[in-house]
Design a protein around this ligand. Structure first.
Ligand SMILES: [Zn+2]
Length: 457
């Protein structure tokens, strides 16, 4: 369907973009073919289906540069616990779940992502070939990866770091299966990456195997980096270096690498990251819920020259929340009222995400020739009125509930507030059922883990 959205406020990008009042945007097939004033475009695109954007803003779709859709099975639990949530809950529960349960949670998170304006998700997960199709069917643009380890991660919560090629081979097999089945699907809408879970749980052998796969399949790479004190200690113990130095020494930094967190990087690590061209996914919302204000150093790494994108990480897919918490957290740490600016936060959520995926040319802003990945936001709501500085409103006060329409590659995934590719009530019911059964199985398989019992719904 060829579409002309008119009478809207067009936000072409963040800090460096322009805002076009009484603007219009034309989409032909999967591509933006015109951006400008309504009065200029109306007469040219007369045959296109017209959508009235009065009182609406059109933005580039958000690129969530780091999330784990399946882990929403833990939503509302580990955020409030004094535990190493990665190894105590996140790892065991994804092993305990079956493919149907992982699919149900992935679908839930995709629904939340669309409702909050995301058009692209970067989602490293476990057992991904078993649920990838569910995500593909939502119509979202996806970067999927099997997040590989050769440390036996189900033992780390017991204080045991044991590295096993046999354990690692299962992950590598799934990484290959995922790439062979899904990479490039949907006219390139689905991309695969090669993922190392984190420096503490990947030996040099695993990192080399993953580099081979990245070469063989021509795939970009992603990893966690300096996520926790435990990771830093373990890497120091077995390699005598920091996590960033460890990745550098094992050829795992470069401009094809998107690394999440860097919360525990040192100043010299940041120089290493800047020199290597690695991209960072800043995840302020999940980090701060864990009391983790070390994550609030976005500008130190931006000013060092590192491209910083934005992610939600766990328990939420809401990029409005990520921007809002990100700006408050980083300003709070610095005692600074001016930076990061709303434009910088919006860039992190859009164009910087595109750069981090090597897709600056065709994603991340509203420009002629780019993919039509677009969000329409209702400005005629109490929380968005009055409009004086629109970028400031969007970042400080924007909410998922303001999103009215989402388009990916020219296809509406949400229109007039309704999801078009999913039955939302079914998705919600299945996700709750899957959560009940997954938590039940968690305590059967791992009786040492204190379990919660979610209610039937
Ligand atoms: Zn993560």
């Amino acid at each position: 369907m060829d579409v002309l959205i008119k009478n809207a406020t067009v936000v072409t990008g963040g800090a460096t973009g322009e805002i076009i009042n009484d603007g219009a945007l034309a989409v032909q097939g999967d591509t933006i073919v015109a951006v400008g004033k309504t009065s200029d475009l109306e007469s040219v695109y007369q045959t296109f289906t017209v959508i009235d954007g009065t009182g609406k803003a059109i933005l580039p779709g958000f690129i969530n540069s780091h999330t784990h859709t399946v882990l929403n099975v833990l939503r509302g639990t580990v955020e409030d616990m004094e535990v190493d949530s990665v190894y105590m809950y996140m790892t065991p529960i994804t092993f305990a779940m079956n493919d149907d349960e992982r699919s149900a949670l992935a679908a839930l998170s995709c629904a939340e992502a669309i409702r909050s304006g995301s058009t692209t998700l970067v989602d490293p997960g476990r057992f991904v070939p078993g649920y990838a199709q569910t995500m593909v069917d939502t119509g979202l643009r996806l970067y999927l990866s099997e997040t590989c380890v050769d440390a036996v991660t189900t033992k780390i919560r017991l204080g045991i770091y044991e590295y096993s090629h046999e354990w690692g081979q299962d992950f590598l097999k799934r990484a290959v299966a995922l790439a062979e089945e899904f990479h490039g699907q949907g006219n390139g809408r689905i991309q695969c990456q090669i993922a190392a879970h984190a420096p503490d749980n990947c030996s040099p052998w695993m990192l080399a195997e993953l580099n081979d796969l990245s070469q063989t399949y021509g795939l970009r790479r992603t990893t966690h980096l300096a996520q926790s004190v435990g990771e830093v200690e373990q890497v120091r113990k077995f390699a005598g270096v920091t996590p960033a130095e460890y990745l550098r020494d094992n050829d795992w930094l470069g401009d094809d690498v998107l690394a999440a967190h860097w919360s525990h990087c040192t100043e010299s690590d940041i120089e290493i990251l800047a020199e290597s061209g690695v991209h960072i996914a800043h995840c302020p919302a999940s980090g701060s819920r864990g009391g983790f204000h070390r994550a609030a150093n976005m500008l130190s790494i931006v000013d060092a020259g590192v491209n910083v994108a934005l992610g939600t990480d766990n328990m939420s897919e809401d990029m409005f929340d990520a921007m809002k918490i990100g700006i408050a957290l980083n300003r709070g740490k610095r005692g600074d009222r001016a930076r990061p600016t709303p434009g910088e936060m919006l860039d992190a959520a859009t164009i910087n995400g595109a750069k981090a995926l090597g897709r600056e040319a065709d994603l991340g802003s509203l420009k002629v020739g780019k993919h039509a990945d677009i969000v329409m936001v209702n400005l005629r709501t109490p929380n968005m009125t009055p409009v004086i500085n629109l970028l400031s409103n969007l970042v400080h006060y924007g909410q998922a509930g303001n999103v009215e329409a989402v388009m990916v590659a020219g296809r509406f995934l949400m229109q007039d507030g309704e999801l078009t590719t999913m039955n939302e009530q079914d998705v919600l019911r299945h996700a709750q059922e899957a959560t009940v059964s997954a938590w039940g199985r968690l305590s059967e398989i791992y009786p040492d883990i204190p379990a919660l019992q979610p209610p039937d719904w």
